[in-house]
Design a protein around this ligand. Structure first.
Ligand code: NAP
Length: 535
């Protein structure tokens, strides 16, 4: 493919699909590229057993088409991956998005041609396309990573990564399976694998907090109730933007019994909403410790073997500072006779061998190996593309000390390039679908504004970007988040700069809207390559 379009959109997950739709509706010519052979992004790749949404599905749906909302019927409170992928495919068909997407095509580079104010985009299929704008809808968790364990590639049997699961599924019947990793993906898949396999050995480095999903089928009444509160929900998500944190005053004014009572109530409801039992869990260490103690107690009540229960209790980070997990029968699974927990804090992995995982004190034989070891989050996928902006400046260089993006939407030095839910925006600490919609709408409005006013170039101002990045850090520093070695901090990748990447302050949407209303304040706009002026 060659030629020119107004915009290239990279990725056909929920961000890319809506971006394509909105750009087409606004009259822009657009080409999408997608590495997979279908739409759905994270729900296309993460097909491991037990993969399931951890946001209630009624709220994990696009809101931009009320007809779509009304005609789609989720079957469970937390839909499983196949149902979410079916939804993504339904959207692609209903809105005729597929003709705009080149599937099984990976974007390799995007170089900005300053003389033409256009990007030259190349792919692994030899495409070379010119585009005024590039939108990276590449997802926050889309580069799976295997840890650099000695012998990691020496295993003789099949190996799998939860983030790149075979489409045909895996039958573990009769097998001894080793699972490395106990984040959300491990916690969701381990119970399912244990039901099928002969034996499962779980290699846990960091114990994790997990709340039962208490998943249920969705009833007509649930749907009716949803529609009753829908206008309020829409008003909330279109409002100024909620922050992540909250004020612990109410909790601290309550008695310990009242606090506990509320923890029980929220535990009973289930899901990540447990962290909202009291405002301030994520900012006040004492309150956080009470919540963490409560979960540790629940683990102790559930897991029968006291040593295993103790090993499963997280002590090394405040609750919520790593993504809280939502499970179905996770802790119960350790009561099965075919499941063994290996605590890597006591006996670290020394090597992976052809037929086993060897720790400092034992060798665990395995027929299959599952890596539930996460992703190079938020930056990995973008940095894998050779992105060069004005003056040949590379994204790699710009982000050498950690990701910097104004509002998480644009990077100084990379004109006319936008990121959907990039670092410095609420992204992974918000409902992703809501945040995607907000970014897509902001970007399309911006392109519309430029077209209307004859601008051909927009770039984030470097100083304004620095101030935003500092603000993002200051807000995070007021919370307990930086105390965890989390992927939010880049801590899961050796050598990755430790920067808290999502924005957790309030008023984010209002800030974006104000920036736009002021003629894209903090951005530089130009009509000709030479005519750059601050907005
Ligand atoms: P993750 O949270 O990064 O967890 C990776 C796990 O692998 C951790 O337990 C980690 O231990 C372990 N690990 C990494 N390197 C290791 C090594 N060298 N040796 C031993 N263990 C190692 O990844 P994830 O579970 O795929 O989840 C990532 C994110 O995706 C989640 O936080 C969530 O946002 C999203 N997700 C969402 C859902 C959902 O919505 N339902 C499901 C799955 C994932 P350490 O903690 O010690 O590093």
């Amino acid at each position: 493919m060659a030629g020119e379009v107004d915009a290239v959109v990279v990725g056909a997950g929920f961000g890319g699909m809506y971006m394509l739709y909105k750009l087409r509706e606004a009259g822009f010519s657009v080409q999408g590229f997608e590495a997979g052979d279908g739409v759905g992004g994270t729900w296309y790749w993460n097909r491991y057993p037990g993969a399931r949404c951890d946001v209630p599905s009624l709220f994990y749906s696009y809101t931009w088409s009320e007809e779509l909302q009304k005609e789609w019927r989720w079957t469970e409170k937390y839909a499983a991956q196949p149902e979410i992928l079916t939804y993504a495919n339904h959207v692609a068909d209903r809105f005729d998005l597929r003709p705009m997407i080149a599937f099984e095509t990976r974007v390799l580079s995007a170089h900005f041609d300053e003389a033409a104010d256009r990007w030259r985009v190349t792919t692994d299929r030899g495409d070379e396309l010119m585009a005024r704008f590039v939108v990276m809808a590449t997802g926050c968790l889309s580069t799976p990573r295997k840890p650099p364990i000695p012998g990691v590639d020496d295993f003789a049997g099949p190996t799998y990564h939860t983030g790149a699961w075979p489409h045909e599924g895996v039958d573990f019947t009769g097998q001894r399976v080793a699972v490395i990793g106990t984040g959300s993906s491990g916690i969701q898949s381990i119970p399912q694998i244990a039901r099928q396999a002969d034996h499962v050995t779980v290699f846990q480095r960091t114990a994790n907090y997990s709340v039962p999903a208490n998943n249920t089928p969705l009833t007509d009444k649930d749907i009716e109730d949803f529609w009753k509160m829908y206008p309020g929900y829409i008003a909330m998500i279109k409002g100024p933007g909620l922050g992540f944190g909250g004020n612990p005053a109410n909790a601290l004014a309550a008695t310990p019994e009242e606090r506990r009572q509320r923890f029980e109530e929220f535990w009973g409801v289930g899901g990540a909403g447990f962290l909202a039992a009291w405002g301030g869990i994520i900012t006040d260490l004492d309150l956080n410790t009470e919540a963490a103690d409560f979960v540790r107690e629940k683990i102790g009540e559930t897991v029968k073997d006291p040593d295993t229960a103790e090993a499963l209790k997280p002590y090394d980070h405040p609750i919520g500072t790593k993504r809280i997990c939502v499970d179905i029968d996770y802790f119960e699974t350790y009561n099965r006779p075919n499941v063994t927990l290996v605590n890597l804090k006591e006996t670290p992995i020394e090597a992976i061998e052809a037929h086993a995982v060897r720790t400092s004190d034992a060798t665990y034989e395995a027929d299959a190996l599952v890596f539930a070891t996460g992703f190079d989050a938020m930056t990995g996928t973008l940095l894998a593309i050779d992105i060069r902006g004005a003056g040949g400046a590379t994204l790699k260089h710009a982000w050498a000390e950690g990701p910097k993006a104004y509002l998480g939407l644009a990077v100084a030095g990379l004109p006319n390039l936008f990121i959907v839910t990039g670092p410095g925006s609420p992204s992974v600490l918000s409902n992703m679908i809501n945040s995607i919609e907000q970014h897509v709408e902001w970007i399309v409005d911006c392109l519309g504004y430029m077209r209307e006013h004859g601008f051909t170039r927009i770039a984030a101002d470097a100083q304004t970007q620095e101030e935003w990045v500092a603000h993002v850090r200051r807000v995070a520093d007021k919370t307990l988040f930086p105390r965890a070695a989390s992927w939010y901090m880049g801590a899961n990748i050796p050598g990755k700069p430790r920067v808290f990447m999502p924005y957790i302050g309030s008023g984010y949407r209002k800030k974006c809207a104000d920036v736009a209303a002021a003629g894209y304040e903090g951005f530089e706009l130009a009509k000709e390559p030479a005519d750059v002026h601050a907005a």
